[in-house]
Design a protein around this ligand. Structure first.
Ligand SMILES: Cc1cc2nc3c(=O)[nH]c(=O)nc-3n(C[C@H](O)[C@H](O)[C@H](O)COP(=O)(O)OP(=O)(O)OC[C@H]3O[C@@H](n4cnc5c(N)ncnc54)[C@H](O)[C@@H]3O)c2cc1C
Length: 397
């Protein structure tokens, strides 16, 4: 694996840096600095700018709207966007259902959905998990029964991220109850405005409305919205999960997170010295940084594999485990660094609160973000399940 950037790569890095500096929305930057909760329009603002530039889906094949960047250029892109603290684009269309559609979809599905994912016109959500079917996803019970040119869908999904904004959802449904579990599942694209769909909020520990329950009662979904063959949806589901797990490593964002901790620890005092000069604290930062560097090299090896034509496989589970653990440790150390200034925000100050902010600005999001990041070892397939995958598929145990 060649670790040196070429002159072309460095020129590309400068181009990306300049583009972000000139085009990243100032209003969004302001909200991020204030620690405000971001809404749909905030995410779409940056999405639309990147779409206009042709840079919204670097990983897609060029024929469907990708950039044609090399894996190194994609790496530079994620480094630079994290370095500049750009928000992460919503993954459900771009990183999840988009690749499923261009890989398994019909020409009509590709023509209908892909351009709207790129432009941001359609906001997508992921309807996989159900109460009782999370880790054991193949046991899902939401049922789709064929009725002429439609399926009639009944059931309940849960933890559906950002479904409150969604125009479309991709759902795993059972189309054959007699077959072996994995062999009776289909992959449906569902218009979230269809009668019979109810989205109910679940408020998380940090006080955010990020996840939902989705109820489906006699929801009619045209058969033409099924991706791939009936009862073969598990193939699409697995393909999508491997893509989901690679993105989850979040190396570039974690680098930025560690820099932020250092900034906090330079400002916070520990007796008569900055917290960053405390050897115990410094050691924790160094351990984090070392683990992140090891993860970065693992990700680079995975990218080199991709460049050689090997797609993300079961080793993406390793990226997910280490990446999510590091993300959590970063929020733990940040909370430790702000100390008692984090406490007033344990339940988050929400819209309408009339309390004056307490402590320095950087303290405001520390506790909510600590609570929010507990999710990373659960979603995308819990870390225990990833350990099982590594044991079976990578180590052959
Ligand atoms: C914030 C958040 C957002 C999410 N967003 C979405 C979304 O948009 N769409 C969606 O479909 N889903 C989403 N999920 C759901 C997520 O994928 C599931 O929560 C996850 O797969 C775990 O399933 P579960 O919650 O049912 O836990 P369970 O499967 O009940 O697991 C409970 C515990 O048992 C452990 N466990 C279970 N089976 C085994 C085993 N065989 N070996 C060892 N340990 C095991 C698990 O690791 C876990 O610790 C989201 C979850 C969260 C927290």
């Amino acid at each position: 694996m060649d670790m040196e950037f070429t002159a072309e790569d460095l020129a590309f890095r400068d181009e990306v840096r300049a583009f972000i500096a000139e085009n990243y929305p100032q209003e969004l930057r302001g909200k991020q600095d204030e620690g405000d909760e971001l809404g749909k329009e905030d995410f779409l603002a940056w999405h639309r700018i990147l779409h206009k530039k042709g840079w919204v889906a670097p990983a897609w094949p060029v024929e469907y709207g990708g950039t044609g960047w090399s894996p190194t250029q994609r790496y530079i892109w994620s480094e630079e966007t994290a370095r500049a603290d750009c928000i992460r684009l919503m993954p459900f269309g771009l990183s999840m259902v988009g690749p499923v559609i261009y890989t398994f979809g019909t020409p009509e599905q590709k023509a209908k959905f892909l351009p709207r994912i790129l432009s941001g016109e359609d906001w997508w959500c992921q309807g996989y998990s159900e109460p009782g079917s999370g880790s054991d996803l193949a046991s899902l019970r939401t049922k789709a029964v064929r009725d002429g040119d439609d399926y009639i869908v009944n059931g309940q999904k849960t933890w559906t991220t950002m479904a409150q904004h969604a125009d479309w959802g991709f759902f795993l449904v059972r189309t054959d109850s007699d077959a072996k579990q994995q062999e009776g599942i289909s992959f449906l694209l569902v218009d979230m405005k269809t009668p019979g769909i109810t989205v109910r909020p679940i408020i998380t520990l940090g006080g955010e409305h990020e996840v939902n329950e989705v109820w489906l009662e006699d929801v009619r979904v045209p058969v033409e919205n099924r991706v791939y063959e009936e009862n073969k949806g598990w193939t699409c589901a697995k393909f999508l999960l491997a893509h989901e797990r690679t993105g989850i490593a979040g190396v570039a964002a974690s680098k930025r997170g560690i820099e932020r901790i250092k900034d906090i620890a330079r400002s916070e005092q520990d007796g008569d010295r900055p917290l960053l000069a405390n050897p115990f604290f410094k050691r924790k930062v160094a351990e984090l940084q070392t683990d992140l560097t090891a993860l970065e090299f693992t990700e680079l090896r995975s990218l080199a594999g991709e460049a050689a034509g090997r797609g993300p496989g079961p080793e993406s589970s390793l990226l997910k485990i280490k990446g999510s653990e590091i993300q959590q440790r970063i929020t733990e150390l940040a909370l430790e660094a702000v100390g008692h200034y984090g406490a007033p925000y344990f339940r988050g100050f929400g819209e309408g609160d009339n309390e004056h902010p307490i402590g320095p600005d950087y303290a405001h999001r520390t506790a909510p973000s600590y609570f929010n990041m507990r999710k990373t070892t659960i979603y995308g397939g819990s870390n225990e399940i990833q350990h099982n995958i590594i044991a079976k598929m990578v180590l052959g145990l």
